[in-house]
Structure formats: structure tokens, C-alpha cells
Design a protein around this ligand. Structure first.
Ligand code: PMV
Length: 359
């Protein structure tokens, strides 16, 4: 695999001091990634909607220093120093050091904040790591002004992937594919790409309401979860099914068959959970209110001939997806009938977004 393109050479220009700020989004997978091999290579291709309102804002201050053998950084989250977040970021810097050797020549002060509440059960690793990757790429661009926007996005996604697989899908939008797939031109295991075909208008400005059923820490970390797919009795069938579902999704997104979209998205969510129900050890990540919401969604869909559907991450929260055309009615349904199943009636209204933005 062509990773050599991402290794930095020495730079002509030198930068003493710089500050870069980026806002990068969270994303929600339609066909899920669950299972990987080293180094962060997905077992199947996946596709996600980029979100708009759920994002991280990160500023990195770079100050040139003597080159050292370890990475020197400070980390502040919402204004406070966060020692407990440092090991994950330190690990990320170790994974990317061969591709960004300049990080040894700077002291980095990282300031980060999320638009969504910290303990909401919404994974912040995708938006958090993509934001750091974009700040690094801004420094790299300042050191090497010949870099193109296309390469910057590609390498940012490549770097973000090494921190958290789904973070590779948090650079661009509104639909991003990660993982090599025969029916998707340009797709790669190394980085995410924008869905390369024309998308039917029914999927424009698609809505995602995130119902916060459980705001606690994730019961199963992603690392543990992905590892459960090694020696999983259904793993190989699942990877094959996911790739077949990707082929179906490629068609659906172009032909606008929204009924097929609803079926595929819900089946993907339940299959992800089925993998965890049937792994060793096994986990039930849904809560009773997750099931209540799913049943209410199914009733509503039938009664109103609606096209709303749900998807799930590796947790109890429910993402309700619906076309913009149904925004008013579904928002009312959520407020009147679903919010009671959320912790403190808390849910977040979001919609698809267009990716990272420099501030
Ligand atoms: O990026 P990770 O390692 O946190 O894995 C995320 C996996 C899911 O969110 C469950 C599915 C996906 O494709 O985003």
C-alpha cells in the first residue's frame, strides 16, 4: 500500500511560531466498520454521513524548539488541563511520527472543545482526532506551500485514521467512504474519500436527531469491540455482508430508493449490535429505552407512511435519520413521544454537514 506518499521530507521553509484552529465534525456510519487489522486497516468498507452541529474545535499553538526524541505537548480540554486524555493523544503522535517527523521540532499546546456535552455518550474521538490532524496539516502546509488541498485532506484523513478508524471519515462531507471497495472508485483502506457519485436529492440535507438514552462512559471501548471480531464465529460472513451492503448503498444513494435505504441502515445497526451480542465475552449495549424508541419509530413509520429510520453506534443512544421534507413532523414526534426515553429528555438535532473548516 502506498503509504510512502505521506512521509514528509525536509522542508526549505522554517516556521518559528504558528497557531492553527479547525472545526471538524462527528459522523454517523450507515454501513458500519467493526473489525480491523494492524495498523488500523478496516476489515470492510464503510460509509457515513458527516454531521454538522456535533463537532470539535481545536487550536494548536506550535513553538519551534530543539529536536528531541519524544513529542512535547500540553493538552487543555474546555480550558482545563486534561491529564487523563493525554495517553490517547501521545499514542496517536507515536503512530503518526513517521509521517509527520516535524512534530519532534515543536512544542505543541492543544486547546480543544466539543459542541456536544462531554458526557453525552457521543464518541468524540472522530471529531477530536480529525481536528488535530487538520491542525498538523496546516503546519505542514505552512512548511511546504506546494501541498494541494486534495493532498492535505487525504493525508489528514490518513493521519486521523491512525488515531481512530472512523476519524478518517471526519474530514470531508456530506458522505464519506473509507475502505477499499471494488464498486467505489478511488476508495482506500488508508483514508476516507468523498462518495464519488451523484447523490439523489432525497438525501440532501438529511436530518439526524441523536437521542441520548445513556450519557455514561461507553460500556465497551472501540478497541475492545474491534478486537472481539478476531475469532468471532460470524466475523467473515459479517465482513462479506458489509461489503455487499456497500454495493447496495452505492445504488440506493444514486437512485433515491428510500425504502431500501431505511431497511439497509436499520439492518446494519442491528447487525453491529448482533456482533456484540454473540462475541466472547458478550455485551448488550442497548438499554430498555433504546428498544422503546426503536418500537415507537417502527409504529410511527407505519402509521404515517414515513421514511424515518434509526441507526446505532456501539452504545445505547439512537440516531434518528429522516429526510428534510419530514423535518417538522418528525421533530414534533421526537419532542412529544421520544424525548421521554432520553436521559433528562436530552436529544441533539443535527443534519448532514460538509466537513472540516478552518477558523
Ligand atoms: O473509530 P472507532 O475505532 O471508534 O470505531 C467506530 C465504530 C463504529 O462507530 C461502531 C462504527 C463506525 O463505522 O463508525
Amino acid at each position: 500500500m502506498d503509504t510512502a506518499q505521506f512521509i514528509t521530507k525536509s522542508f526549505k521553509d522554517s516556521i518559528e511560531k504558528a497557531n492553527f484552529s479547525w472545526q471538524t465534525p462527528s459522523n454517523i456510519a450507515l454501513v458500519k466498520y467493526w473489525g480491523k487489522s494492524n495498523p488500523q486497516i478496516p476489515k470492510n468498507a464503510s460509509i457515513s454521513f458527516t454531521l454538522n452541529n456535533c463537532h470539535t474545535i481545536t487550536t494548536i499553538k506550535f513553538e519551534k524548539k530543539e529536536k528531541t526524541s519524544s513529542v512535547d505537548f500540553e493538552l487543555f480540554f474546555e480550558g482545563k488541563e486534561k491529564e487523563e486524555f493525554k495517553p490517547k493523544i501521545a499514542d496517536f503522535f507515536t503512530r503518526i511520527q513517521d509521517y509527520c517527523s516535524y512534530i519532534f521540532e515543536y512544542k505543541m499546546t492543544i486547546n480543544s472543545e466539543n459542541s456536544f456535552p462531554h458526557s453525552s455518550g457521543i464518541a468524540s474521538s472522530a471529531s477530536g482526532l480529525s481536528a488535530i490532524a487538520m491542525c498538523l496539516m496546516s503546519l505542514e502546509h505552512a512548511l511546504n506551500p506546494t501541498l494541494t488541498k486534495e493532498f492535505i485532506n487525504k493525508k489528514a484523513s490518513f493521519l486521523a485514521r491512525l488515531g481512530s478508524g472512523s476519524a478518517s471519515r471526519s474530514i470531508e462531507g456530506p458522505l464519506v467512504v473509507w475502505g477499499t471497495h471494488p464498486n467505489i472508485e478511488g476508495s482506500s483502506d488508508l483514508f476516507g474519500i468523498q462518495f464519488p457519485y451523484k447523490v439523489h436529492s432525497v438525501f440532501e440535507n438529511y436530518q439526524d436527531a441523536i437521542l441520548l438514552v445513556d450519557k455514561g462512559e461507553k460500556q465497551v471501548s472501540s478497541t475492545v469491540g474491534h478486537n472481539l471480531m478476531h475469532d468471532h464465529p460470524y466475523a467473515e460472513n459479517r465482513f462479506q455482508q458489509a461489503n455487499e451492503n456497500m454495493s447496495k448503498m452505492v445504488e440506493i444513494l444514486q437512485n433515491g430508493d428510500i425504502k431500501a435505504f431505511v431497511n439497509l441502515v436499520e439492518s446494519e445497526a442491528l447487525t453491529l449490535h448482533a456482533m456484540m451480542l454473540t462475541s466472547t465475552p458478550y455485551f448488550v449495549l442497548m438499554k430498555p429505552n433504546t428498544l422503546e424508541i426503536i418500537n415507537r419509530i417502527w409504529e410511527y413509520r407505519k402509521e404515517h407512511d414515513s421514511n424515518l429510520c434509526f441507526t446505532l453506534d456501539a452504545g445505547a443512544n439512537v440516531h434518528v435519520l429522516y429526510p428534510e421534507l419530514e423535518k417538522e413532523s418528525v421533530n414534533q414526534f421526537i419532542e412529544n413521544q421520544l424525548s421521554k426515553y432520553c436521559q433528562k429528555n436530552h436529544y441533539i438535532c443535527d443534519s448532514v454537514g460538509y466537513g472540516a473548516a478552518q477558523l
